[in-house]
Design a protein around this ligand. Structure first.
Ligand code: S3P
Length: 449
């Protein structure tokens, strides 16, 4: 990623064809760095997403005392702080654009007697941190924000005798759950988290892989997690699977461009992440999963996608946690479907890297799609497969997923669709341009302006 804005554009494209591997999963990559830094001994990581967000987290973990290196073979080694615990960083902890990074790190560091001031880029500095600082305060951490609000910069003073809490996050958020479980590792007694809707469960799975014990009592759509502290983690080998949220861009590109036929390999099929695939199949998309296998505790598969005539549906709101990052690109698919797609119950999108409800609506309007923005949702009526006019420059608001959604939409537009800044794509999908070019997509990366 560069400091300068970097322009990119796309336009009506012939079919995309071939095979591609999804880049490493962002959620698992963050966790591998953080858990490895807390653990005793050495953690090795293969398939790490080498995106800007993960590099910010790795640097933060180095600042707290972990040793992190990349081998020539692409395997990362994290030598954890173990029994010595974290040490206070010398300067600010810069989490860049990464909400997952900052929220999980705040939780992890709260359980050690260290102080750190967290900062981030313009997007991260506008996102709400109260969802983690309020319960961390209840556990006994000291929290102050420079501006007296719930935004970065925020200083957290941790302690080795945090009080465990029973907490039901008011929003369905894996980041909040994970933050509190990591803090709970060093609190004496049982930390209990009640989720009314199951969110991605990578923290639970990976804590177990690092030797921690916790219980998960599944109830209706949710679960109660109990973790007794203090507990220490032991380093292990982490295999990072392909990111379904990144695969989504390739999948939807193939679904909307006539004649496309693509196989995406190594995609994680964890059911807490695959809501988009169910939705696209219900819309009539040709998606066939094959070659199921287990690696590093997660199920992987290859996904075969072909151009399909899509039909709008009502996306069940309870499915939102399992596809929360995929709505902008789903809105693109919906704008080429027949009929209306209703996406409701997604108010959380307003506090992601950008206000993704507003940004997606603006993107679709700019390319000539029929979209209605609601308080907590979007209704999109599609073109029934016909190309849209395009001919617009989209404001990305430092949001990688808005930038990629716009470039995928442009592949089915008569006139070129540009983005004001493509540099953020490197936060989650540094190989996006190269992969799309290999598949034959008409996307131009003009580089730093
Ligand atoms: C993430 C959880 C989600 C998601 C984010 C990654 C994680 O956020 O949007 O990209 O790795 O835990 P919320 O848990 O806040 O919904």
């Amino acid at each position: 990623m560069t400091d300068k804005n970097s322009k990119a554009s796309s336009v009506l494209s012939g079919p995309i064809k071939g095979q591609a591997s999804a880049p490493g999963d962002k959620s698992i990559s963050h966790r591998a760095m953080i858990f490895g830094a807390m653990a005793h001994g050495t953690t090795t990581v293969s398939g790490l997403l080498e995106g800007a967000d993960i590099m910010s987290t790795a640097n933060a973990m180095r600042a707290f005392g972990a040793d992190i290196t990349r081998g020539d073979d692409g395997i990362w080694t994290v030598t954890g702080c173990g029994a010595d615990g974290f040490t206070s960083p010398k300067g600010d902890v810069d989490c860049g654009n990464a909400g997952t990074g900052v929220r999980l790190i705040m939780g992890a560091a709260s359980g050690y007697p260290v102080s750190a001031r967290y900062v981030g880029d313009a997007s991260l500095s506008s996102r709400p941190m109260g969802r983690v600082t309020i319960p961390l305060l209840e556990m006994g951490a000291g929290i102050t924000s420079d501006a007296g609000d719930d935004k970065l910069p925020i200083t957290v003073q941790g302690r080795s005798d945090l009080t465990p809490i029973s907490y039901a996050p008011p929003v369905a958020s894996a980041q909040v759950k994970s933050c509190l479980l990591l803090a709970g590792l060093n609190a004496k007694g049982t930390t209990e988290i009640t989720e009314s809707h199951l969110t991605r469960d990578h923290t639970e799975n990976m804590l177990k892989a690092f030797g921690a014990t916790l219980t998960q009592d599944k109830r209706d759509d949710g679960q109660i997690i109990r973790l007794s502290g203090p507990q220490s983690l032991s380093g292990c080998h982490v295999v990072v699977p392909g990111d379904p949220s990144s695969a989504a861009f390739l999948i939807i590109g193939a679904l909307i461009i006539p004649g496309s036929d693509v196989i995406i390999k190594n995609v994680m099929m964890n059911p807490t992440r695959t809501g988009l695939f169910d939705t696209l199949i219900e819309m009539g998309g040709f998606l066939r999963t094959d070659n199921f296998r287990t690696s590093g505790g997660e199920v992987l598969a290859d996904i075969h996608v072909k151009y399909s005539k899509l039909t709008g549906i009502v996306v069940p709101p309870q499915r939102a946690p399992s596809m929360i990052d995929e709505y902008p690109v789903l809105a693109v698919a919906a704008s080429f479907a027949k009929g209306t797609t209703v996406m409701d119950g997604i108010g959380e999108l307003r506090v992601k890297e950008s206000d993704r409800i507003a940004a997606s609506a603006a993107l679709l309007k700019a390319i000539g799609a029929d979209v209605t923005e609601m308080d907590s949702g979007l209704n999109v009526t599609g073109s029934d497969g016909a190309p849209l006019p395009g001919g617009a420059t989209i404001t990305t608001h430092h949001d990688h997923r808005i930038a990629m959604s716009a470039l995928i939409a442009g592949l089915r537009c008569e006139a070129s669709v540009a983005v004001d800044d493509a540099s953020m794509i490197a936060t989650s999908f540094p190989s996006f341009f190269a992969l799309m070019a290999e598949l034959g997509a008409n996307i131009t990366d003009a580089g730093a302006a």
